[in-house]
Design a protein around this ligand. Structure first.
Ligand SMILES: Nc1nc2c(c(=O)[nH]1)N[C@H]1C(S)=C(S)[C@@H](COP(=O)(O)OP(=O)(O)OC[C@H]3O[C@@H](n4cnc5c(=O)[nH]c(N)nc54)[C@H](O)[C@@H]3O)O[C@H]1N2
Ligand SMILES: Nc1nc2c(c(=O)[nH]1)N[C@H]1C(S)=C(S)[C@@H](COP(=O)(O)OP(=O)(O)OC[C@H]3O[C@@H](n4cnc5c(=O)[nH]c(N)nc54)[C@H](O)[C@@H]3O)O[C@H]1N2
Ligand code: SF4
Ligand SMILES: [Mo]
Length: 722
C-alpha cells in the first residue's frame, strides 16, 4: 500500500476537480482513501462538491463487484476470471462466425480514461473486426461537437480555460445548471459579476444557476434555435453586427443573415414564450461590453435539432465578432469525467484516434501504421449509440458494454431494456452491478479511479494525469487487462498493453498530426504541470523552434522554451481550424421538437440532473450520504398545473408518453413553466424518466431528444398524497 498523499482527480464530472488522496486503514486489514483538499489545481482550487468528497465510498467492497459473475440457470453467480473471459470470447466468436463481425457491438463510455477509450476503439476494429462501436457520449455533447466542427473546423468543448470567464463582459449560459452539475465552477460566474460582467441564464426552470443570473429567460423546452435566431435578427436590425470581423474572419454570412431575418422577434416570442423586451435586453447585455461568451450545455444540445441550435448560437457570436478573440467565444460545457478525451480517440462510431475520421484514407493509413495492420482491414463507420442499441437482437447479436448503464440512461429505455434481453450474448465490465450489468451473461469487476492510473481530458481540453493512490482489492482487474485478455482469446496476442503509460505512448503516436494532437504530452509533463491543453504536438525533428502544427492546430500555438510545445489553452485567436481559416456561418431555420404537445399528450416533459446524483445513479445511488440528500425521482410541476390536476405536494403522479408510463411524487414549484414538467433521470424502475423520452435523433449528431417530448400527467388512482 502506498502511504503518501497522492494528488489526483475526481472520478465523476468533466470539471475533473483536483483532490488529494491519502490511504488510511479500513480496520479489516485493507485500506481505503481519505479525500483532502488540493489547493494547487487551478480549476477548483480545493473546492469539491458532495459527489467528489464522498467518492471513496465507492471503493468499499460493500457496494462494488468483487468477483466476475457468470449466468447459470438464470442467476448471476461468482466465477473465476479465466472462465469468465473464456465465456465472453466464446460468445463474441460465435456471433462472429454465425453472423459476421458486424453483429458484435461494443458500447463504451465517456468516463473511460483516454487510454481505455483508445484501447477499446482499437479492440473493436482490430481484434473483433467490427464497425459497430459507439458510446454514451453520443447522448451527451455530440450536437455541440458537430456544431463546433461545422463552424470552427474543430471541436474542443471550451476553446479557452475557465479562468477566462470572469474576464469577459457577459456570459450567456444556455441550458446549463452548473450550480448543480459542476458546483465548484459557480465561482467563475460569481467572479464574473464581481468584476462587473453580467450573466444571462436560459432555462425553462428557475434553477439554482438561474437564481444567480442578472437576466433569466425561460423558453419552452425545444425552442432554443428560434430564440438564437430571434436574437440574431435583433442584432442585425439594431445595427450591432461587427462588419469588419465578418468580412475578415468568417464565411457564409449572407445566407445565415437571410435565415435569421425571417425570424421576427414577435414570431420568436410566440414560439419561445420569451417576450420581445427580454429579447432586446439580452441583445443589449450581450453586445454592449467589449467581450462576451455563449456557453451551452445539455439543454439546447439534447434536441433532435441540437446541431442546428448550436450553430445558431455560434452565428450570434460570429455576427458580433465574439469568437476567436480574447475573452470572447462560444463553448460547450462537456459533462463526463473524460467526456472530452473520450470523444477524441476512437470509441465513436466514425472516428479514429486524434479526432481523425474513419472514412479519411490518410487517417486510416496513419493509424493502421501505428497499429501495424493493413489500412484496408479497418472497418468503416458504424451506427450511432441509440441506433446500435435499437439494432440489438436483430443486426446486433452480442454486445460488450464498458462504462455505461443504458437501461437507465438511454432514451425509450423500456425498449432498450427489452432489446438487451433479446441479445444472444451480453457482457458488461463495471465497478458495480448496474441495472445493465444485472442483465448480462457475464459481468467483470474492474478497477476504478483511485486504484489505477490514466489520463483524462477535462471540459477545457486540459489533459490531466489521474494517479493511482491505492492497491485494488484481490479479484479486481483493470479494463485494459480485460481488453488484452479478450483480444488474445480472439487471436490477437499483441498490441494491447495493460500498462497505461505504454498505451499513452502509443496514443501519442496515433494522435500525432490529428486535430487532437497529444504527441507532445508525456506522463512526466502531466505529473509536473497542472495539465496540458491540446493540441500539443511534439517538437519537430527540425529543432527546438519547429513545432509540428497538426491538421487542426491553430496558428499561434508556438513552441515554448527548449522546443517543448506549451500546449494550447486558447484556440482560434489567429485563425479558425477550417481550411481557409475562416469560421463558417450556418443557415438554419427554426423547427419544432419531433413531438409537440397535443390533446392526448398536452404537456412538455424535459429531463436533467440533481446535484447529489450522477447520471444513471449506478455509482451515487450506492453512496449513503448522496442517497439521503436525493433519495428518489420526482416530477417537478407548476402550481397552476397541479391545481388543474388536483394534485398535492408529494402525491404520486403518473407521467405518460407514447413510449410508456412512469410514476414519481409531485414536487410543486413556481420555478418551472406551467406548460412543462421536469424529471431527473438518475433512477431505474417505476420512476425512470427515460421510459418516457423520445429517441428522435438529430440528423447530423444522432443525439436523441432527451429535452423535449409530449406527455400526459395523471393522478394515480388509489394512491393518495401525504
Ligand atoms: N450532479 C450531477 N452533475 C453532473 C452530472 C450528473 O448526472 N449529476 N452529469 C455530468 C454530465 S455527463 C453532464 S452532460 C453535465 C450536464 O450538465 P447540465 O447540462 O447542466 O445538466 P442538465 O440538468 O441535463 O441540463 C441543464 C438544464 O437544461 C435545462 N433544460 C431543459 N430543457 C431545456 C431546453 O429545451 N432549453 C434550455 N435552454 N434548457 C433546457 C434543464 O432545466 C436543466 O436545468 O453534468 C455533469 N455533472
Ligand atoms: N433523460 C435523460 N437521459 C439522459 C440524459 C439526460 O439529460 N436526460 N443525459 C445523457 C448524458 S449527457 C449522459 S453522459 C448519459 C450517461 O449515462 P450512462 O452512460 O449510463 O452513465 P453512468 O451512469 O455514468 O454509467 C457509467 C457506468 O460505468 C461504470 N463505470 C465507471 N467508471 C468505470 C470504468 O472506468 N470502467 C468501467 N468498465 N465502468 C465504469 C459506472 O459504475 C456506471 O455503471 O446519460 C444520458 N441520458
Ligand atoms: S464538480 Fe465534478 S469533478 Fe468536481 S468534485 Fe464534483 S463531481 Fe467531482
Ligand atoms: Mo453527459
Amino acid at each position: 500500500m502506498q502511504t503518501s498523499v497522492t494528488p489526483t482527480h475526481c472520478p465523476y464530472c468533466a470539471l475533473q476537480c483536483g483532490m488529494n488522496l491519502t490511504p488510511v486503514p479500513d480496520g479489516d486489514g485493507g485500506s481505503v482513501v481519505e479525500v483532502t483538499e488540493r489547493a494547487d489545481f487551478p480549476v477548483n482550487r480545493g473546492a469539491l462538491c458532495g459527489k467528489g468528497r464522498t467518492a471513496p465510498a465507492l471503493l468499499s467492497s460493500r457496494v462494488r463487484l468483487t468477483s466476475p459473475l457468470i449466468r447459470r440457470d438464470g442467476e448471476l453467480r461468482p466465477a473465476g476470471w479465466d472462465e469468465a473471459l473464456d465465456r465472453i470470447a466464446e460468445g463474441l466468436s460465435r456471433t462472429r462466425t454465425e453472423h459476421g463481425p458486424d453483429a458484435c457491438g461494443v458500447f463504451g463510455g465517456g468516463g473511460l480514461t483516454n487510454e481505455k477509450a483508445y484501447t477499446l476503439g482499437k479492440f473493436a476494429r482490430v481484434a473483433l473486426g467490427t464497425s459497430q462501436i459507439d458510446y454514451n457520449g453520443r447522448f451527451c455533447m455530440s450536437s455541440a461537437a458537430a456544431g463546433g466542427i461545422k463552424a470552427f473546423g474543430l471541436d474542443r468543448g471550451l476553446p479557452f480555460p475557465l479562468e477566462d470567464i470572469p474576464r469577459t463582459g457577459c456570459v450567456v449560459l444556455v441550458g446549463s445548471n452548473l450550480a448543480e452539475t459542476m458546483p465548484p465552477a459557480l465561482r467563475y460566474l460569481t467572479e464574473l459579476k464581481e468584476n462587473g460582467g453580467t450573466l444571462i441564464v436560459i432555462d425553462p426552470r428557475r434553477t439554482r444557476t438561474a437564481e444567480q443570473a442578472d437576466l433569466h429567460l425561460a423558453p419552452r423546452p425545444g425552442t432554443d434555435l428560434a430564440l438564437a435566431l430571434g436574437l440574431l435578427h435583433l442584432v442585425v436590425a439594431e445595427g450591432r453586427t461587427d462588419e469588419a470581423y465578418i468580412q475578415e474572419r468568417t464565411s457564409g454570412w449572407e445566407e445565415a443573415r437571410a435565415a435569421a431575418m425571417a425570424h421576427w422577434p414577435e414570431y420568436v416570442e410566440r414560439i419561445t414564450g420569451v417576450s420581445v423586451p427580454q429579447l432586446r435586453e439580452t441583445v443589449r447585455m450581450f453586445c454592449e461590453p467589449e467581450s462576451a461568451m455563449v456557453l451551452t450545455a445539455r439543454g439546447p444540445e439534447q434536441q433532435s435539432k441540437g446541431t442546428d441550435t448550436v450553430g445558431a448560437w455560434i452565428n450570434l457570436c460570429l455576427a458580433t465578432g465574439r469568437a476567436g478573440r480574447p475573452f470572447s467565444g462560444y463553448g460547450c460545457l462537456t459533462g463526463q469525467g473524460n467526456g472530452q478525451g473520450g470523444r477524441e480517440h476512437g470509441q465513436k462510431a466514425d472516428q479514429l484516434p486524434g479526432y481523425r475520421k474513419l472514412d479519411d484514407p490518410a487517417a486510416r493509413r496513419h493509424v493502421a501504421e501505428v497499429w501495424g495492420v493493413d489500412p484496408d482491414s479497418l472497418p468503416g463507420p458504424g451506427r450511432s449509440a441509440y441506433e446500435l442499441l435499437d439494432a440489438m437482437g436483430t443486426d446486433i447479436r452480442s454486445l460488450l458494454v464498458m462504462a455505461s448503464n443504458p437501461v437507465v440512461s438511454a432514451p425509450r429505455a423500456a425498449h432498450v431494456e427489452e432489446r438487451l434481453r433479446s441479445l444472444d450474448f451480453l457482457a458488461v465490465a463495471d465497478v458495480v452491478l448496474s441495472e445493465t450489468a444485472a442483465l448480462a451473461d457475464v459481468v467483470l469487476p474492474v478497477t476504478q479511479w483511485a486504484e489505477e492510473t490514466g489520463t483524462t481530458t477535462n471540459l477545457e481540453g486540459r489533459v490531466l494525469l489521474r494517479k493511482q493512490a491505492i492497491t485494488p482489492p484481490e479479484g479486481i482487474r483493470s479494463d485494459l487487462y480485460v481488453i488484452r485478455e479478450l483480444a488474445a482469446r480472439l487471436g490477437v496476442e499483441k498490441g494491447f498493453p495493460t500498462d497505461p503509460e505504454e498505451v499513452f505512448e502509443e496514443l501519442r503516436r496515433a494522435s500525432a498530426g490529428g486535430a487532437a494532437d497529444y504527441s507532445g504530452i508525456t506522463y512526466r509533463r502531466l505529473a509536473e504541470e497542472n495539465g496540458v491543453f491540446w493540441p500539443c504536438p511534439a517538437e519537430e525533428p527540425g529543432g527546438p523552434t519547429g513545432v509540428a502544427a497538426g491538421a487542426g492546430a491553430p496558428a499561434g500555438a508556438g513552441a515554448g522554451a527548449g522546443g517543448v510545445h506549451p500546449g494550447t489553452p486558447r484556440l482560434f485567436l489567429d485563425r479558425f481550424a477550417t481550411p481557409d481559416g475562416r469560421a463558417r456561418f450556418v443557415a438554419v431555420n427554426h423547427r419544432p421538437p419531433a413531438e409537440e404537445p397535443d390533446e392526448e399528450y398536452p404537456v412538455l416533459l424535459t429531463t436533467g440532473r440533481v446535484v447529489s446524483q450522477y447520471q444513471s445513479g449506478a455509482q451515487t445511488r450506492r453512496v449513503d450520504e448522496l442517497n439521503a440528500a436525493a433519495p428518489g425521482p420526482f416530477v417537478e410541476l407548476h402550481p397552476r398545473l397541479a391545481e388543474r390536476l388536483g394534485v398535492v405536494e408529494g402525491e404520486p403522479l403518473a407521467v405518460v408518453s407514447r413510449r410508456g408510463r412512469a410514476v414519481a411524487p409531485a414536487r410543486i414549484t413556481t420555478a418551472i413553466r406551467a406548460d412543462t414538467v421536469f424529471m431527473p433521470f438518475h433512477w431505474p424502475g417505476e420512476g425512470r424518466a427515460n421510459t418516457l423520452t423520445n429517441p428522435a435523433l438529430d440528423p447530423v449528431s444522432r443525439m436523441p431528444e432527451f429535452k423535449a417530448c409530449a406527455v400526459r400527467v395523471e393522478r394515480v388512482a388509489g394512491r393518495g398524497g401525504r
